[in-house]
Ligand binder design. Structure first.
Ligand code: CAA
Ligand code: NAD
Length: 311
């Protein structure tokens, strides 16, 4: 079917194909992205369960959600402390925590995976979930860089599988990339577009290509900045100042890399380099490798290209 025919068909049959609205969301991975996705879903009236590997990690996830919620509430209600507290309380009461992904997905409309950026680990997770989740449950990955079709292949529900790519910090960034794969049903696509809008986000449609839209542009830009420093052409500070004051970016590339996580950035570039070794935009960086080997993973660990103090 041609792309145009598919789009026309989608337009004509959307209402007939609409699935029941998503009410319960399971977010797997309570790290930087997972907590943001869970928070926004809870703020917009969804029931949410966050799953991670230990109670200790989940306690940290809860703390992050509470902190972020209080920032959102303060912005929404200003000096009205009572209203702000009641807003935060209500959102928090919609979020539960679990270390048992298999038990959680037996009753959920949508699974959003936000775990480590590793194909094999994501495949193993989805393959297990696929065996116990209800037929109609949609699976989505928040991967930054892995092909959605390579993750979906581990399941028998490729028609109900998508990329749902959020941006950091999720409570602030308005965009969601909805990534299509060839087997994806129109109903799944429509349901995820509707869900993204229900979160107050603006969805864009992407093909399943490396980095989709944003990261295909943003990651080579951050890597090129690191290469400038490696060559001794300019300092990280000056490059950040230059891009903020000369190009109007809210953060310079080193601040952004620290914010995204240097481990995440390394996973992305190493994966693309392995797949496309001749593309100079995807060359790994010794400086980035060194930072990651030293455990300097960015803001989440208190140090990356810059020091941030204890986390
Ligand atoms: N939760 C809730 N609210 C938050 C927040 C969080 N985690 N982080 C920031 N905010 C809110 C603040 O409360 C503040 O609200 P007010 O305007 O009402 O005061 C507002 O956002 C701005 O925050 P700050 O004043 O603390 O700081 P800032 O003005 O420097 O903005 C920023 C911070 C929004 C992060 C901004 O620097 C920015 O937009 N940076 C670029 C982020 C970006 O490019 N993200 C994409 C990364 S790539 C990605 O995510 C994809 C991938 O796969 C790797
Ligand atoms: P993170 O390291 O902050 O969090 C990952 C979490 O997943 C950790 O809490 C970890 O304990 C948990 N986890 C790992 N394996 C698990 C498993 N099998 N079951 C349950 N939990 C598990 O990472 P992050 O920055 O939140 O990134 C998560 C995903 O989102 C990655 O695929 C990343 O590429 C993508 N992403 C990241 C950003 C970003 O700016 N950091 C932006 C968009 C997308």
């Amino acid at each position: 079917m041609s792309f145009v025919t598919k789009v026309l068909r989608r337009g004509l049959t959307t209402s007939a194909l609409r699935m029941a609205a998503i009410k319960h969301v399971t977010v797997i991975g309570g790290g930087q992205m997972g907590v943001g996705i869970a928070q926004v879903a809870a703020q917009t009236g969804h029931q949410v369960t966050v799953v991670d590997q230990s109670e200790e990690i989940l306690a940290h996830s809860k703390l992050s959600i509470e902190r972020s919620l209080s920032r959102v509430a303060k912005k929404k209600f200003g000096e009205d402390l009572k209203a702000a507290e009641s807003y935060s309380k209500s959102a928090l009461s919609s979020i539960s925590l679990s270390t048992d992904a298999l038990a959680t997905v037996t009753k959920t409309d949508l699974v959003i995976e936000a775990i480590i950026e590793n194909l094999q680990v994501k495949q193993e997770l989805f393959s297990q979930l696929d065996k116990v989740a209800p037929q109609e449950t949609i699976f989505a990955s928040n991967t930054s860089s892995l092909p959605i079709s390579d993750i979906a292949i581990s399941t028998e529900r490729r028609d109900r599988f998508a990329g749902l790519h959020f941006f950091n910090p999720v409570p602030v960034m308005k965009l969601v990339e909805v990534v299509q794969i060839s087997e994806q049903s129109d109903a799944t696509f429509q349901s995820l577009m509707d869900f993204s809008k229900s979160l107050g986000k603006v969805p864009v449609v992407c093909k399943d290509t490396p980095g989709f839209i944003v990261n295909r542009l943003l990651v080579p830009y951050m890597m090129e900045a690191i290469r400038l420093v490696e060559r001794g052409d300019a300092s990280a500070r000056d490059i950040d100042t230059a891009m903020k004051l000369g190009a109007g970016y809210p953060m310079g590339p080193f601040e952004l890399a620290d914010y995204v996580g240097l481990d995440v950035t390394k996973f992305i570039i190493d994966g693309w380099h392995e797949k496309f070794p001749d593309n100079p935009l995807f060359e790994p960086s010794p400086l980035l490798d060194q930072k990651v080997a030293q455990g300097k993973l960015g803001t989440k660990k208190g140090e990356g290209f810059y020091p941030y103090g204890k986390k």
